[in-house]
Write a protein that binds this ligand. Structure first.
Ligand code: BGP
Length: 510
């Protein structure tokens, strides 16, 4: 059996808003991530009247977005459920705790952190740039030099250790001002703001960064309009417009890269949870086709094939929604096809023609019907290593372009022992099974996968709950959900295990 190629990019992934902290330092503006609370601890919690029972248990740790309508202060669910009020301005309250404000202090500790990643033998490191460090409100004429300098130093540190940075241009944050003024990407104007930001960072870093991703989990706009695209509204017309504008923005970024910086490659990033049919009943099988179109295919279809698919055009027509297509847009989409497809994979899902009463479980791309054949994490995310091989085959068959696994991993509680060790056999077991699935897809199915960056390689703030106790890392950060702790770093057992995996290029998984 053939082996993995020697240049396979082993690494890990983080996002600026979930780890940097320093939310208001060195000229950074307020971002959409800065108004999000910590689930379970928040003072301003989100009560949604009329929510069906099977969803309710998943709401308890969900974080909120704090907002005011002028007279009252309140919060609405931030992630996995568009539940925004009719009127309200996302705002920071002095009496609320916002975990992303401190993150895990990566802004100040990145040198120590990258040295730890290098010790594991990382070949690449996926991270994001905080847009609001570069353009604090998104509309300045000049970029913030302190922000630019920070990422220069960060990329130089990576290269010092021979680590290739893989950069997400927009990972679940944008200047809050663009959300408040324009409802984010619902407005075409924000595409121009994004492009100014992209021009600035491509120009500055093209010699240091080869791989770029335009938007993190671009398809999560279906359920998280604010987190993904700055849309503080439930209006489906605005949400469809925002994702359309993100397509245009992504295509423009690809075109710019190809024209001016031929050494760089630009990919899309999709949150996957492909739907298996619940049963072999033809109706369930058809339902899985529809579910996949809606959540897992529309977005990469546009970005990897360069046109709006027929199934979506029909759906929009039936809903009476017109996309804000301008002259020349369709040519742009065609010319701006991505060089590769990156995706996150945590679990698959199930589709059933009639599913009202089915038991639900949670996941990053929604709440899903429980699959009786799968186990699940403490946070209810189902564990399906074979589903990763299935997903790799599915997308490679469809686009035949290189694939990059930008996220995967197990969020779990860890215990820091008195002697500074952390024993996390559950994480090793999870990752081992998923890496085996990747190897099988490459060596037995011929899928072209060029990298793997497990999520949260250093513990960080959870995107859906705001907790740090939902840990993914090989590196433990000594902090609790309320932000108490030394923030010192410790190597988990999985740290030594992953080091061996990388050293043996995936041969030694024991
Ligand atoms: C993905 C996001 C990440 C990350 C991950 C884990 O959807 O791209 O930002 O956080 O999920 O999710 P969580 O942090 O909610 O456990």
């Amino acid at each position: 059996m053939s082996k993995l190629s020697s240049d396979f990019l082993w690494g890990g992934a983080i996002a600026a808003n979930q780890c940097e902290g320093a939310w208001d330092q060195d000229g950074k503006g307020v971002s959409t991530a800065d108004v999000q609370t910590c689930g379970g601890l928040a003072k301003y919690t989100c009560e949604i009247p009329g929510i069906p029972d099977q969803y309710r248990s998943y709401m308890k740790n969900m974080r909120g977005v704090t907002y005011t309508d002028g007279s009252t202060k309140s919060a609405c669910i931030a992630f996995k459920m568009n539940t925004y009020p009719d009127h309200g301005i996302p705002s920071i309250f002095e009496d609320e705790y916002y975990p992303n404000h401190n993150g895990v202090d990566f802004y100040h500790r990145y040198k120590e952190d990258i040295a730890l990643l290098a010790e594991m033998g990382f070949k690449c490191f996926r991270l994001s740039i905080a847009w609001s460090r570069i353009y604090p409100t998104g509309e300045e004429a000049l970029a913030n030099e302190a922000g630019l300098k920070y990422y220069d130093d960060l990329f130089d540190t990576c290269h010092h250790y021979g680590i290739e940075p893989v950069v997400t241009i927009s990972h679940y944050e944008m200047p809050l001002a663009l959300s408040i003024k324009y409802n984010g990407f619902a407005s075409r104007h924000v595409v121009d703001c994004y492009m100014r930001y992209v021009e600035t960072i491509f120009d500055r870093y093209h010699a240091k960064v080869k791989y770029w991703l335009t938007f993190n989990e671009i398809n999560s706009v279906v359920h998280s309009g604010f987190v993904n695209a700055g849309v503080f509204s439930n209006d489906p017309k605005l949400i469809e417009a925002a994702s359309y504008h993100q397509f245009i923005a992504s295509a423009k970024a690809v075109i710019l890269a190809h024209e001016k910086y031929p050494n760089i490659q630009v990919g899309c990033m999709v949150g996957t949870s492909l739907a298996y049919p619940y049963s072999c009943k033809p109706e369930d099988c058809m339902e899985s086709v529809k579910a996949n179109h809606k959540r897992d295919l529309y977005y990469p279809d546009v970005l990897m094939r360069g046109y709006l698919p027929e199934y979506k055009l029909i759906e929009l027509k039936q809903k009476g929604i017109e996309l804000p297509i301008l002259d020349g847009d369709l040519q742009l989409l065609q010319a701006g096809v991505c060089d590769f497809m990156a995706f996150s994979y945590y679990q698959t899902s199930l589709a059933m023609a009639k599913d009202e009463a089915m038991e639900r479980t949670s996941g990053n791309m929604g709440t899903f019907i429980r699959n009786p054949y799968l186990s699940k994490s403490e946070w209810g995310w189902q564990i399906d290593p074979l589903g990763l091989r299935y997903t790799l085959n599915f997308y490679y068959d469809r686009y035949h372009k290189p694939l990059f696994i930008a996220e995967n991993g197990l969020g779990a509680k860890d215990t820091l022992e008195r002697d500074g060790t952390i024993h996390d056999p559950y994480r090793i077991e999870y990752l081992k099974a998923h890496i085996q699935a990747i190897k099988d897809a490459i060596t037995m199915d011929g899928v072209n996968v060029f990298g793997y960056t497990p999520w949260g390689c250093i513990d960080l703030i959870s995107c859906s709950t705001g907790q740090i106790s939902k840990r993914y890392g090989f590196v433990y950060v000594d902090a609790d959900d309320a932000g108490n702790g030394s923030y010192d770093r410790y190597r988990k057992d999985s740290f030594y295990w992953y080091k061996k995996v990388i050293q043996s290029n995936g041969e030694d998984l024991d």
